[in-house]
Design a protein around this ligand. Structure first.
Ligand code: BV8
Ligand code: ZN
Length: 250
């Protein structure tokens, strides 16, 4: 792991004085756990797969076996990975805010459950989870942690095919989840955008929402994103290196 970049003094003060913090994470925070991001040029998932071929309801209709096999591979990969120091730092941040009467909301676009495994308790999963699979016939949904699928697609007790409980392109986000995220961002005085390219809507619109709510907007990312001009602080670094220092500032 590279050296933790020193945080700008103004940012440490902003974290220390914040009373309502919202953090949104993307695939980048899990890169340090060995899970490929989506859009990093060489290593990203979409560098090898076309999202419209795998991450849409139409793709599932067309080839349920291929789509569910791909999601099951990602589910098993996520289960083999462990949370990194960035995930742990956000769980610490949540606990410290709770202990000091401050509000902390963790919003994630990720579907790997690493935040929860690191100890984060209140996680808004905008795009669902690889661990939840839903029957397309009777709607029964269940956690499938550690389960070995016998068939692709996996079958429900009713005989119906199961699909992954993720939000595909062209599908709307869970209403309560996105509403909770929008409320937390509208009220926050510090917004952390961590490990996301900001390419996917409506999640990425939360960055603009934070700017509009006069929050201090911070980006943690080794590479600048399209939101660079909106930021109060851009910390060029990996989540696993930067976030522990941020958590220590609370
Ligand atoms: C919807 C689950 C109604 C599945 C995912 C408005 C404008 C344009 C398009 C649209 C729009 N509104 C809707 C759309 C269409 C579409 C969309 O946004 N398309 C984009 C791609 C153009 N959105 C939807 O369809 C959404 N539904 O809006 O419904 C509707 C529908 C149609 C039309 C209108 C309205 C549903 C979107 C949800 C899709 N599901 N995931 C799965 O996982 O397979 S999205 C997928 O992308 C993941 O969840 C991922 O998290 C997410 C966002 O990507 P990032 O997390 O940002 O990852 P990325 O690789 O891009 O970036 C990683 C970053 O990390 C980089 O910046 C890198 O520098 C950085 N990094 C690398 N290493 C580190 C690091 N950072 C820190 N530390 C490190 N070590
Ligand atoms: Zn069923």
């Amino acid at each position: 792991m590279s050296e933790a970049p020193s945080l700008p003094a103004g940012l440490v003060d902003a974290v220390r004085n914040a009373s309502r913090i919202a953090a949104m994470t993307g695939a980048g925070i899990s890169a340090d756990s060995g899970i490929p991001t989506f859009r990093d040029a060489l290593s990203g998932l979409w560098a090898h797969y076309d999202p419209s071929e795998l991450a849409t309801p139409e793709a599932f209709e067309r080839d349920p076996s291929r789509v569910t096999r791909w999601y099951d591979e990602r589910r098993c990969q996520a289960e083999r990975c462990t949370p990194n120091a960035g995930h742990t730092a956000l769980a610490t941040l949540e606990r410290r805010c709770r202990e000091t009467g401050r509000r902390f909301t963790l919003i994630t676009q990720n579907v790997d459950r690493l935040h929860q495994r690191a100890g984060s308790e209140n996680v808004l999963e905008l795009h669902g989870s690889l661990c939840r699979w839903r029957c397309t016939a009777c709607g029964e949904e269940r956690e499938t942690w550690g389960e070995v699928f016998e068939t692709y697609p996996p079958l429900c007790g009713c005989g119906g095919p199961r699909r992954p409980g993720v939000v595909w392109f062209g599908e709307t986000l869970p209403r309560e989840t996105i509403r909770g995220a929008q409320e937390a961002v509208a009220e926050c005085d510090l917004f952390l955008s961590i490990g996301t390219s900001g390419a996917v809507m409506p999640a990425a619109a939360l960055i603009a929402d934070a700017k509009a709510s006069w929050a201090t907007v911070v980006e943690v990312n080794p590479h600048p994103t399209r939101y660079a001009s909106w930021l109060d602080y851009a910390v060029a670094g990996r989540g696993a290196d930067v976030l522990p220092a941020l958590a220590d500032a609370v």
